[in-house]
Every structure is written in C-alpha cells, then in structure tokens.
Design a protein around this ligand. Structure first.
Ligand SMILES: [Fe+2]
Length: 300
C-alpha cells in the first residue's frame, strides 16, 4: 500500500506560551480579522481586468482574513471564461482537475443525476460539513486556494460559512498550546486509501491539520467521522474536540453568506461548510456554483 505523508515544519517558535510578541501579534490579527469580515465584499466592475483599487481591496482582505468576497457588477456576463481570466489576475493559473471538473478545470456544483457525481455530497442538496478542499490530497496536490462563484442561488438555503484557519489556530493555542501542537503532528490525521468501484484510486495520506508552507499557515481538515483516522492519543482527541467546538461556537468569527448571482468567495482554502438547500422545480433555475481549486497560493 502506498502511503504519503504531509510534512509538518516545526512551529515551536509559535508555541511558546507567554511570549509577549506572539500574544500581541495574535491580538492584532484577531482585531484585523473581525474588522475585515465585517467588510468582506469587494465590487468588481470588470472581472477581465480588475483595477488597481479593486486589487488592493482584495489583497487587504486576503491578508487579514485569508478570504474575500467579490461581487461582479454584471452577474449575467460572468461565465467560466470570465472566472479563468479573473483567477489568472490573482496569480492562480489553471485549476487542479478532479473527476467531476469540466475541461477548463472548473467544477459545476449543482445537484447531479449522473452516478459518478452522485456519490459526492457537493453534488447533492445535502449539507456539507466543515472541511478544507482536497484534505485527502497528497502534498504534491495541496490546494492552496479555493474559489466559489455563484451563478444562481438555491430557492431556499445553501448558505456558505467560512472561518480563517489562522484564527482557529490562534484560538486553539490561546486555549492551550498543546492543543495546537497536537494538530501539527505529522500523523495527526490520516485519510485511508480509497478504491471506489469505477472511481479513481486514492492512496492513504497522513499529515498534520496545521502546517507551514512557504511561510504561510495552512490547514487540512474534515469534520466527517467516516474515512478519517485521528492519531490515537488523548492529546489529539482533546484537540479535535476543541477544534470542533471552535467551529460550532464561534458565531461572531464565522463568515456567513448566501452568495447571490455574480458573487464569489476567493480564499486560501479556509475551512468552510454549506447549508442544505432546496432547489427550484425548474431545472434552469436550480442552484449553480462554479468551484475552482488551485495548487497555487493567491498572489495579489
Ligand atoms: Fe469545499
């Protein structure tokens, strides 16, 4: 059996309790984050050519919250080509391809009747629990950026929630540095091998939840209970429970938005979830969201 491990560069310098510099930086980060998520939307006049001001507005939100919501002023004119051009201006290149992606690498997230798609929850109207995209990927396919663009919202529901992983990490560390440390262990979370009938074979992948990648903190996580193996020790169990409590109990630190036509979330693959939804009876009015996953980091 092939197994792959995501490396966990040392974070000891971040974990020393009582370090005034670290504490101050954390408090500043928290304040900036709270201010930013209250003002997360950036209007984009022409997604084919974002202006200097629009770029700066996106960049500051990405810096302080690892995410931004863009709002295209002409939603009806935005299609896959537009998103490809928009992503290119953010330094993203081509999307990572998966089984359900179109030829341009973007995935149409909608309720599907096709059997290959049906086995994946995103292609149903069910709720999607907290996760980062591609948490089961090997390190060579690390998803650093994720884009969700709304063409049509659902008739009811489908609200998106997201939370900056740097804030989650800081809250864990504030609660007890050992909790953060447990989730930085190189075999904290293992996704077992998967051999679906008729689907692609996936190798087992072990790695940390939090890790450093070229100076940026990143997170791989799923709240699902099946097909995930947590490291067998008390510290990890406590840390996973604490992480779950942060995600379920940090209402004021969670971005909650029912994306409207022409709006999208672009983020450093922060953990997110989707509410269940009800579609219109008319097929051409059903919820449609484009998703792009990118191995490149945002470069604005
Ligand atoms: Fe996702």
């Amino acid at each position: 059996m092939h197994a792959t491990t995501v490396s966990a560069p040392t974070i000891q310098s971040q974990l020393k309790g009582g370090d005034i510099g670290v504490t101050t930086r954390w408090q500043e980060r928290l304040i900036h984050y709270q201010q930013t998520i209250d003002d997360l939307v950036v209007d984009i006049a022409n997604p084919y050519q974002i202006s200097t001001d629009e770029r700066a507005a996106l960049a500051i939100r990405i810096k302080h919250a690892n995410m931004a919501i863009y709002r295209c002023q002409s939603p009806d004119t935005v299609g896959p080509d537009t998103l490809t051009a928009f992503a290119a201006q953010l330094g993203l290149g081509s999307p990572d391809r998966n089984l359900c992606a179109d030829t341009d690498g973007l995935s149409k997230i909608q309720v599907e009747k096709i059997s290959t798609h049906q086995r994946y929850i995103p292609y149903t109207n069910k709720p999607l629990n907290w996760h980062t995209d591609g948490y089961y990927h090997t390190p060579d396919r690390l998803i650093r950026t994720m884009l969700l663009h709304c063409v049509r919202p659902a008739l009811q529901g489908g609200t998106l929630e997201a939370m900056d992983h740097e804030i989650i990490y800081g809250l864990l560390r504030e609660q007890d540095p050992r909790l953060a440390e447990a989730l930085c262990h190189r075999d904290a979370m293992t996704i077992p091998e998967n051999r679906p009938q008729g689907g692609p074979h996936r190798v087992q992948c072990s790695g940390p939840v939090f890790f450093w990648d070229a100076g940026a903190l990143r997170m791989r996580y799923t709240a699902r209970r099946q097909n995930v193996i947590w490291k067998h020790n008390n510290q990890t169990r406590e840390a996973v429970a604490a992480l779950g409590e942060i995600l379920s109990g940090s209402g004021d630190l969670i971005v909650r938005r029912r994306l409207r036509p022409g709006e999208g979330l672009v983020c450093a693959n922060v953990p997110h979830r989707r509410e269940a939804f009800k579609d219109s009876q008319q097929i051409d009015q059903a919820r449609l969201v484009y998703r792009g996953r990118y191995t490149r980091a945002l470069h604005i």
